[in-house]
Design a protein around this ligand. Structure first.
Ligand SMILES: Nc1nc2c(c(=O)[nH]1)N[C@H]1C(S)=C(S)[C@@H](COP(=O)(O)OP(=O)(O)OC[C@H]3O[C@@H](n4cnc5c(N)ncnc54)[C@H](O)[C@@H]3O)O[C@H]1N2
Ligand code: MOO
Length: 471
């Protein structure tokens, strides 16, 4: 709990009383369970308090001002952009999942020779054609001599068509009369048919994909086809995860007030999905000394802590950051859940994101602070923000943004139940988190959408210059 919240709660009574008139009528059903839990934990703040945020520079002193949610994300993105991403050259086989640091430029024409698109006959001039040779031209073979006018030769898909070829006739569209050894076409032959001309897909030197493209399996295939053995990619930012809390078990069933660590198994893979290299996930308990040592000696680009961000008796993150001479860039965010999240610059110049311990609050911190920061460090472009209409009313916090797990249903966002700060049940089934503005949303309101990182991501929209149907 923060000092600000403590003061506000003491001054103004229960949050439920305050919240009810400020947002739309809560929907029926279980969603309110989570909302009420979130709202019950926080005291109301004076109107406009969130808007007065300016990023704290130069000290780890608590300022008790929550950054408005969009501003907190902007600060994190700015911080990410200030450190230019490192690049390296990797063999194709290791590049999948990384991001191109340079445009992918064709190293050759594609196809690199005039190619037969079908099994059949290469013909020159008008038919019928004399079939002089029983042999076929096969894929993978070198140059053959020019095809004389009025002749045909058998050819396989992918083989180089001989010079002077005017068309390829598919095997099923031609017949050779055995007596005269003449090829007859059973339909009109259009010049150029079933020939893929050299350079049809690209010319050597043509830009195929821009820098910042995610290397997917088809990108690897295209790079190989275009002549690449290696790719220059951005080095993944290196992240260390420090899981705090003496109450956490790493196996078996909860017992005696102890609970399973839900964040240790989740945060590392989530960070990898955001493009990070996770050096380690370490469980430090509630040991301030160990935390101080870990924070001051880490050589990760980004340290992520979970838990201990509030002001409870064993919440060590703030005191440790103070002692370590860190500078708080974001200290609390006007978002529910996840309010006590923070972003700090360590004395080493590296950064630390403190995620609150409640599991959905930690997800909120990941999406609000860690994702935009890592995007910059990893050289990934920001996805185009998009909005979608929400089905039904969504209860809002009076002053803060809410992040609510949803699924896409018939072009609308369907908020999920079990969205309380301590719950992951809604998020585990979700397509993303919807950004509910202070005061809530009415049916059909368009809400900003935060896709989960395993949803489709592409920074590139292909142009439609090259429409048409290719054989
Ligand atoms: N009096 C107040 N108490 C709290 C307030 C408040 O305003 N006044 N804020 C609440 C909010 S909001 C959050 S979020 C949490 C933030 O707390 P911390 O970041 O200090 O986290 P902890 O106290 O360590 O843990 C909170 C909660 O989460 C559980 N937890 C922690 N780590 C894990 C994990 N790895 N896996 C599963 N669950 C975890 C922990 O057991 C606690 O239940 O503070 C509120 N309190
Ligand atoms: O309830 Mo807290 O808002 O989980 O961050």
């Amino acid at each position: 709990m923060t000092g600000h919240d403590r003061e506000a709660t003491a001054a103004s009574g229960s949050e439920r009383d305050q919240a009810a008139p400020a947002g739309p009528t809560p929907p029926a059903g279980g969603e309110l369970d989570g909302v009420d839990e979130a709202l019950a934990l926080v005291g109301p703040r004076p109107q406009g308090a969130a808007a007065s945020y300016t990023p704290a520079e130069g000290s780890a002193t608590r300022r008790h001002r929550a950054a408005p949610w969009p501003e907190a994300r902007a600060v994190a993105a700015r911080v990410g952009r200030t450190a230019p991403p490192r690049t390296r050259r990797v063999p194709l086989g290791e590049a999948v999942g990384q991001v191109l640091a340079e445009p992918l430029t064709a190293l050759c024409d594609l196809p690199s020779f005039d190619t037969s698109a079908m099994d059949g006959w290469a013909v020159a001039g008008p038919g019928p054609w004399a079939v002089e040779d029983e042999a076929s031209i096969l894929a993978g073979h070198g140059d053959s001599g020019p095809l004389p006018d009025g002749t045909a030769v058998r050819i396989a898909t992918g083989a180089r068509v001989p010079p002077e070829t005017t068309a390829v006739i598919r095997s099923e569209h031609g017949r050779v009369d055995t007596a005269g050894r003449q090829l007859h076409a059973d339909r009109e032959v259009v010049p150029g048919q079933d020939i893929r001309p050299r350079g049809q897909e690209c010319r050597s030197g043509e830009r195929l994909l821009p820098a910042s493209t995610l290397v997917t399996p088809p990108v690897l295939g295209l790079a190989a086809a275009a002549g690449y053995d290696e790719l220059v990619t951005f080095t993944r930012p290196r992240v260390e995860v420090l899981v705090l809390g003496d109450e956490l078990l790493t196996s078996s069933l909860p017992r005696d007030g102890l609970i399973r660590d839900a964040l240790g198994p989740m945060i590392g893979p989530w960070l990898r999905a955001l493009g990070a290299e996770v050096l380690a996930t370490r469980r430090l308990g509630d040991d301030a000394e160990a935390l101080h040592r870990a924070v001051t000696t880490s050589d990760a680009d980004l340290v992520i802590t979970t838990g201990g961000t509030a002001a409870g008796p064993v919440d060590h993150v703030h005191p440790v950051l103070r002692k370590a001479g860190a500078e708080l860039l974001v200290d609390q965010v006007a978002v529910r859940p996840g309010h006590p999240m923070l972003l700090a610059r360590l004395a080493s110049g590296r950064h630390l994101v403190g995620l609150p311990g409640n599991p959905l609050a930690a997800v909120s911190g990941l999406l609000t602070l860690a994702e935009p920061l890592l995007r910059g460090l990893a050289g990934r472009p920001a996805p185009d923000p998009y909005r979608a209409p929400v089905r039904g009313e969504v209860h809002g916090h009076p002053h803060d943004t809410r992040l609510v797990p949803f699924v896409h249903r018939d072009g609308r966002l369907e908020p999920l139940h079990y969205n309380g700060p301590a719950m992951l049940r809604g998020t585990a089934a979700a397509d993303g988190l919807a950004v509910v503005p202070p005061g809530g949303a009415r049916p059909g309101d368009e809400l900003e959408v935060l896709d989960l990182p395993w949803a489709t991501w592409s920074p590139w929209t292909p142009s439609d210059e090259a429409g048409g149907c290719f054989t």
